[in-house]
Design a protein around this ligand. Sequence first.
Ligand SMILES: NC(=O)c1ccc[n+]([C@@H]2O[C@H](COP(=O)([O-])OP(=O)(O)OC[C@H]3O[C@@H](n4cnc5c(N)ncnc54)[C@H](O)[C@@H]3O)[C@@H](O)[C@H]2O)c1
Length: 247
Amino acid sequence: MVENKVIVVTGAGGGMGEAIVKTLLTNGAVVVGLDIADDKMKLIDNERFSYETINLLHEQDVNEVFANVYEKHGQIDGLVNAAGIAQNSTSIEDVTLDQWNKINGINSTAVFLTCREATRYMKKKKSGSIVNIVSVAAVRPRPGLQAYVASKGAAEMFTKALALEVAPFGIRSNVLHPGPAETAMLGQFSKIGEDVDATKEEVFRQSVPLGSLIEPQDIAEGVLYLVSDNSKIVTGASLNIDGGRGI
Ligand SMILES: NC(=O)c1ccc[n+]([C@@H]2O[C@H](COP(=O)([O-])OP(=O)(O)OC[C@H]3O[C@@H](n4cnc5c(N)ncnc54)[C@H](O)[C@@H]3O)[C@@H](O)[C@H]2O)c1
């Protein structure tokens, strides 16, 4: 499905990112991982995998990394944006401008920066597929997560606007909405001082009609579909992988 496609995955050092990278490698892709943390990426031993430790908010570094990938491989076929940060549930009057800017920066601005560079090179081949991991919270918000929800809403509509703009160049751009997933991030949505395990069980798991948290592999399977030619007529779509949480 993705054999020999060159696919850049941001957040490759995270819970979903790791599963996405391994699934793409299993299916024959050439994968470049990008993350600010390299502890998981450096353990992936595959000749078709390389990685860069990078802060995705540093514009010049992002530009250089995509230029280098293109120079080395001669093509960029896919971009999967899985980098992101959570927000501790916080009353609006306690959210600082710095927190707002940081959350919106990584969850939204970094998506713009990477998509801008990826499309630059995809246009040369007149094909490509972008998958932006957003969140079902963008359409089913929770109290206290206003900055996170806003950042994800921006990423969703950006992805759709981009889909329309780059369709004439054979490039697709889709949203994947995970529901509450079993990764390190989930515990970071609790209020500070709250029992994280209890919140996972009582708030998050119980919010999923199918009754279990989403596994990183569930997300990876969706990414595989959206980045592959099996979804060649799908663009501007939002795919919920959320156990029904978005209903
Ligand atoms: N876990 C959930 O319940 C859940 C639910 C819905 C959506 N999501 C979204 O799914 C995506 C993946 O989340 P995850 O659960 O794997 O989280 P995670 O925390 O395990 O992974 C996120 C990764 O992003 C990286 N990152 C953060 N800031 C960065 C920066 N400035 N530059 C480079 N890398 C940076 C982190 O180092 C981390 O490896 C995120 O966008 C998240 O918002 C997660």
